[in-house]
Design a protein around this ligand. Structure first.
Ligand code: ADP
Ligand code: MG
Length: 477
């Protein structure tokens, strides 16, 4: 992609809210639907004299994510105080990790327009979230429910080179943390928050330009748009002979532009120092190895296996691995049906259509994978036709009944007995002697479909369409 002779340089910081039941340093609950300030103890409220205690599950989630991103895990990491005042952070500092983060030096590979892109993860560190300020009219209300919820901040190197790459990177991180079950990935609720660092340089230049940070972009579509806007704005500025000032900007989705929030001059010196209330965090080799063994197969590996071992086309493999729940559903279905491609097809077309219409997650599907698998096996065995299967599918969706029960109740039997079908065909041909003449003399084209229709009708839709086609073709030669 060309930007008037300039090249964009982009680095992303993503805050991943870890879905532990309790907070990073105390036992307060973390549920999003709690009433205002319901999940607040003296620790979350930052009362003097309270002491933080580390949540082991948050460490576990942090390590798992780090491992999935190919990071090395520090055996000893250190929590530090990042000092600044903000009304939604009553302690006057945030507990974070600074010089010794738990995860470092990873990388993640994903596809952008069919091409592999690899991005370095320079670090991923644990920290606590701040509370929330709700501004209304002349008042600001503080809700500390979020204060102290564990976050993992995942930071890339300045390795991304286009808005599309940045958005795809974000989607990949979301997909991975959802596979790991460490974060629900809900951007609207703030479970994932993206900061985009953007600079431009003349193509061929070695030095990076001055970067601007766009904070808290809350959808990947906006990540793409905000970076696109920012690249053009910076190039305009440079072309005009101006200079880029290092600053923090925000994305305005209504006006489709970024605007300045604060400049580097207002940036704070956070005066980081190790938190004296917390000992260094030491993790054992055994624990790390145990967590490594517990990692699920990740989306890229799983999609590759679906292609190599199940013979699925790349596009199917990709669709089926977007969510772990969908991939699990597909594998369970295929295990029962013994037909990979048909299982993929039924899930991607019929099932996904119904799920979309009902706005339902696949976990809630009234049709269980074993039922869909059984139905597909019945088609392959010739018990029901593809057309009957659509009726069975619909009935399964509505009633959740087993496919064989539905087949029995509805009297859906496919006639696969050749002599029975032959008998029906002979009758149909005898009753349509003129049409047979026309067909054989070539006087009228396309009569074949007419015969198929007539035979299917005479069999009350029960004759095997494959056999009808085959036998008709012979008889009309
Ligand atoms: P800061 O100290 O300002 O937070 P960091 O060095 O921590 O800066 O980098 C923050 C993010 O910005 C990282 O993702 C990094 O890759 C990215 N970044 C650093 N320099 C540049 C640059 N010149 N252009 C674009 N992104 C950059
Ligand atoms: Mg930084």
């Amino acid at each position: 992609m060309s930007y008037r002779g300039y090249e964009p340089v982009i680095g992303i910081e993503i805050h991943v809210q870890l879905q532990t039941h309790s907070k990073m340093f105390c036992a307060d609950a973390t549920n999003f639907d709690a009433a205002d300030n319901e999940n607040v103890s003296p620790v979350s409220a930052g009362m003097p004299g309270t002491l933080p205690v580390v949540n082991k599950r948050a460490i576990e989630f942090g390590i798992k994510t780090g491992l999935a991103l190919g990071c090395s895990i520090r055996r000893k990491s250190v929590f530090a105080r990042k000092n600044y005042f903000y009304p939604d952070m009553p302690k006057g500092y945030q507990i974070s990790q600074y010089e010794q983060p738990i995860c470092e030096n990873g990388k993640v590979t994903f596809k952008v327009n069919g091409v592999d892109k690899t991005v370095n993860i320079s670090r991923a560190h644990l920290e606590e979230d701040a509370g929330k300020s709700n501004h209304s009219g002349a008042h600001t209300l503080i809700n500390l429910n979020r204060a102290g919820i564990p976050l993992l901040e995942v930071v890339t190197g300045p390795d991304l080179r286009s808005p599309a790459e940045a958005a795809e990177y974000g989607r990949t991180i979301r997909q991975i943390v959802r596979y790991l079950d460490v974060c629900d990935g809900n951007l609207e609720e703030g479970s994932l928050r993206c900061d985009c660092n953007v600079s431009v340089r003349k193509i061929g230049a070695e030095q990076f330009g001055t970067k601007v940070e766009i904070k808290n972009v809350n959808s990947f579509r906006f990540v793409e748009k905000a970076i696109e806007y920012e690249i053009e704005r910076q190039i305009d500025e440079l072309e005009r002979g101006g200079k880029i000032v290092q600053e923090t900007r925000l994305w305005d989705p209504d006006k489709n532009r970024t605007f300045s929030m604060r400049s580097k001059e207002d940036a704070q010196d956070y005066r980081y120092f190790p938190d004296p209330d917390l000992l260094p965090l030491i993790v054992s080799d055994q624990w790390i190895e145990q967590l490594r063994r517990e990692l699920p197969e990740l989306p890229i590996a799983r999609a590759k296996r679906f292609q190599d071992e199940h013979g699925l086309p790349e596009s199917d493999a990709q669709v089926l691995t977007i969510e772990k729940s969908v991939a699990d559903y597909y594998e369970s279905t295929a295990q029962v049906s013994k037909n990979h491609k048909a299982s993929a097809n039924w899930i991607m077309s019929e099932l996904m259509r119904e799920l979309n219409t009902a706005n339902m997650e696949i976990d809630r599907s009234p049709i269980k994978p074993s039922q869909l698998g059984k139905m597909i096996a019945m088609i392959d065995a010739g018990t029901i036709s593809g057309k009957m299967a659509k009726t069975v599918f619909q009935e399964m969706w509505e009633s959740g009944k087993e496919p064989d029960v539905i087949v029995k109740e509805k009297g859906l039997v496919q006639i696969t007995d050749t002599s029975a079908i032959e008998k029906i065909i002979d009758e149909v041909l005898a009753n349509n002697a003129q049409a047979v003449e026309d067909h054989k003399s070539g006087k009228k084209k396309n009569l074949f479909g007419f015969f198929v229709g007539a035979v299917m009708k005479a069999s009350k839709g029960q004759a095997s369409p494959d056999l009808v086609n085959k036998i008709l073709q012979e008889k009309l030669k």
